[in-house]
Design a protein around this ligand. Structure first.
Ligand code: ATP
Length: 245
């Protein structure tokens, strides 16, 4: 009971319960109502959790289940595109690095032009990543701080390159979704209507799955044999248990 109450009471409210026992029930009711209606502050212990995995491992599918549990999910690939298009400092840095052709006359990002440069010049790719990854990290922190006001126990940052970008070092826990390569290839082929060779080429460009899995605090196996929902539920419970309310 004491542990459950401590989740609802501030230190001064706890003192009131000790000092004025007659008001206990009234205070408790007020505290519970207050807790349920008052948003958390940025000082509360909302964890930042990352979720990653190789192409086609099922990151997005797993995130949909976490969302159904009420967990906010940050889609880093989506927001990276947004940052590149909208953050003035990022735009200026990309133009300085790759030239004004990196953006079309209407202001949209010229993805094909940039891809043509960076995929043939590893140093340019590294320099581009050094602009974009920290900007997305800053943006995701600001997003997390906004979410904290709604009081979730943790937020999820979903990114294919979470480990490659080093972002996992700033997170409280890392979830890695894994699936055998042949299953991933079949799933991506079916989803994107591309050849097996094309998927294998994308896989070769990523860090080997086993290396990511070795860094995981929580593994989710998405091989079509292990059920996903019970695995997500188990990870969710562990993350809740690791909260320090
Ligand atoms: P990417 O890295 O390309 O963004 P991802 O890791 O986010 O991929 P998903 O998009 O979630 O992977 O899954 C890839 C495809 O496999 C999707 O079409 C999805 O519906 C399907 N899929 C994922 N998990 C399963 C499963 N357990 N059973 C059947 N299909 C699945």
């Amino acid at each position: 009971m004491g542990i459950r109450l401590s989740r609802f009471l501030t230190w001064s409210e706890s003192r009131k319960l000790i000092e004025y026992p007659k008001t206990t029930i009234k205070t408790l009711k007020t505290c519970v109502v207050t807790q349920n209606s008052k948003p958390k502050t940025q000082n509360s212990k909302t964890l930042r959790v990352g979720i990653t995995g190789g192409i086609g491992s099922g990151k997005t599918t797993v995130c949909r289940i976490f969302e159904a549990l009420g967990i906010p999910v940050y889609d880093a690939d989506y927001w990276a595109r947004w940052v590149i298009a909208n953050d003035p400092e990022v735009r200026a840095a990309i133009v300085a690095l790759l030239g004004p052709e990196a953006y079309l006359p209407d202001g949209t990002y010229h993805r094909a032009f940039v891809a043509g440069i960076v995929f043939n010049t590893p140093e340019k790719l590294a320099a581009l990543n050094a602009v974009v990854h920290p900007a997305v990290e800053r943006h995701s922190r600001a997003w997390h701080d906004q979410q904290v006001r709604n009081g979730p126990p943790y937020t999820l940052k979903e990114a294919a390159l979470l480990v490659e970008s080093g972002s996992h070092l700033f997170l409280d826990a890392l979830i890695v979704v894994t699936a055998p390569e042949e299953i991933r290839v079949r799933r991506v082929q079916a989803r994107d209507h591309v050849s097996a060779e094309a998927v294998h080429a994308r896989i070769r460009n990523q860090m080997p799955e086993a290396e990511k899995a070795a860094l995981a605090d929580h593994l989710i196996i998405n091989d079509g044999q292990h059920l996903l929902i019970p695995q997500v539920w188990a990870v969710h419970q562990k993350l809740l248990a690791s909260q320090d309310f």
